[in-house]
Ligand binder design. Structure first.
Ligand SMILES: [Zn+2]
Length: 306
């Protein structure tokens, strides 16, 4: 696409590109996660085929670089589909107890030694205990690699952080009856996580839908190593409340854009052009001149690709 700007996708899960349709959204985030896992864990589901499909779609729609979250080593081991697409793989890490954190951190360090241009992704506040978060921040500094974490994504997450109850607690208790939010959560609000993450080499805050003014100010003050990644298509799909894009942009937050995964994608091929189109439709107060850097150079800066 010679007329395309060099799009950069700052958040995707290419291993979910085997989904031909988005997962049905019934208003329950735990139900949605369960459905994603059910689909992803089917015996005939091929991660390699999915990653290849996702990369091919991004290439065809003019994307030159992508920050991709992976659950296993496999996508990182898949040779680059095309030298025109630079893909930085972030290993997803989940551990809600200190015992699990130790083994996950050992695995993360091995992954970084094998893949020096990769990154780490402690999944989200409800699945990442303080020991894992601390360890990831240390590894990020030691290996000078970026960290991507889903944060302030859903009202359920806010409820769990503030009140230690709600649908995400129920979901975690179904997975582990001993799940204890007092031991797993690193704080009572996203700011507690932002402060800890700010010690990492570089940080992508994925979504940040529910960040308040103080948290947006904090991100802006750490613009040299922290960014927020907005995914307009997924945001519309989930029917989230208005993203604080104007506030973030005016405050000076480094905002990048992502497609997120095919499990919440409604726009045909995975495409940053479609991402920008949806953003401009839903946020008419934003100008193309403001948005284009978010879809290009901000992504490179956010993921440490420049
Ligand atoms: Zn994600």
């Amino acid at each position: 696409m010679t007329d395309s700007p060099p799009f950069v996708n700052a958040h995707c899960h290419l291993e979910l590109s085997g989904f031909s349709e988005p997962v049905r959204w019934n208003g329950s985030f735990p139900d949605w996660i369960a459905e994603v896992l059910r689909h992803r864990n089917q015996p005939d589901y091929s991660v390699e085929t999915a990653v290849r499909r996702g990369e091919a779609e991004l290439l065809q729609t003019g994307t030159v670089a992508a920050a991709d979250i992976v659950q296993t080593d496999l996508p990182a081991a898949i040779p680059a589909a095309n030298p025109r697409l630079t893909t930085r793989r972030f290993l997803e890490l989940i551990a809600w107890t200190p015992e699990k954190a130790e083994s996950r951190l050992a695995r993360a360090e091995e992954f970084l030694q094998r893949n020096p241009s990769a990154g780490l992704s402690p999944h989200a506040p409800y699945t990442v205990c303080p020991e894992l978060l601390d360890g990831v921040v240390s590894l990020s500094r030691k290996y000078r690699v970026p960290v991507a974490m889903h944060l302030a994504e859903t009202p359920d997450e806010s409820e769990l952080l503030r009140h230690h109850c709600g649908p995400l607690l129920e979901m975690m208790r179904r997975a582990d009856p001993h799940y204890n939010p007092k031991k797993t959560l690193s704080g009572g609000r996203p700011l507690d996580y932002l402060k800890q993450l700010s010690q990492a080499h570089r940080v992508l805050v994925i979504h940040g839908n529910d960040l308040d003014e103080e948290e947006i100010g904090f991100l802006a003050s750490r613009r040299d190593n922290m960014s927020a990644v907005f995914c307009p298509v997924a945001h519309r799909y989930f029917g989230r409340k208005t993203y604080p894009l104007r506030q973030m942009s005016d405050a000076g937050v480094l905002v990048a854009l992502g497609t997120d995964s095919r499990a919440s994608w409604t726009g045909g091929m995975l495409s940053m052009r479609e991402t920008v189109r949806v953003l401009l439709e839903d946020y008419p107060e934003m100008t193309p001149e403001e948005v284009l850097p978010m879809a290009t150079v901000h992504g490179l800066m956010a993921a440490g690709l420049v």
